[in-house]
Design a protein around this ligand. Sequence first.
Ligand SMILES: O=C(CO)COP(=O)(O)O
Length: 254
Amino acid sequence: MGRKFFVGGNWKCNGTIEEVKKIVTILNEAEVPSEDVVEVVVSPPFIFLSVVKNLLRSDFHVAAQNCWVRKGGAFTGEVSAEMLINLGIPWVILGHSERRQLLNESNEFVGDKVAYALSQGLKVIACVGETLEQRESGSTLDVVAAQTKAIADKVSNWDNIVLAYEPVWAIGTGKVATPAQAQEVHLELRKWIHNNVGAEVAASIRIIYGGSVNGGNSKELATQPDVDGFLVGGASLKPEFIDIIKSATVKNSS
Ligand SMILES: O=C(CO)COP(=O)(O)O
């Protein structure tokens, strides 16, 4: 099918400069499948982005965890897409549930951010996912469809988007979605994209899973046909991130 496996490490708001350098050393010394098999992107906090970019092996790339919704200017505390491009940062994570929930980022705001970031030349990891309450009330598919629609409303070219399905109840809880639960939502998202964006985008877009992925569960999740990789939080700060990257080989042998 030609969708290259994608593994993102979202470091969130963690780490000292010493810890960050240690993680980079571990990544740089690791033996992992080649860039043809797996695309690896790590996302340190803004303040460490340049350090990580400069020290990191050349086959791995970096992502910012957010950026401003429009052109920069008088927006204290924000970082613009233009600044990321200026420093050679290729990727940005947008719409993470922690920002949706804690900072009240709406579907529309996230859609605007994705569109602006793409227009400036960034590649985007766009996150969607339901809360436990929404899952239990049976509205999972409606929720992720509405989040995806808000992006589709603003974006016409999906080439530079990776869609991350991250159920909120699985994030940082140790409660991972079962391979069947992940596959179900990924397949429905792909169908939604097929029906509302186009067959070609549906076939080519990477849909990755996030939520308590670790070195022990990544291989089984990776066997699912519509799971094209992972967005990893806690485990991306540990050596087991290497095992998660290696789960790309499951895909290639299947
Ligand atoms: O939010 C996540 C990645 O963006 C997932 O976090 P955890 O892997 O810590 O559950």
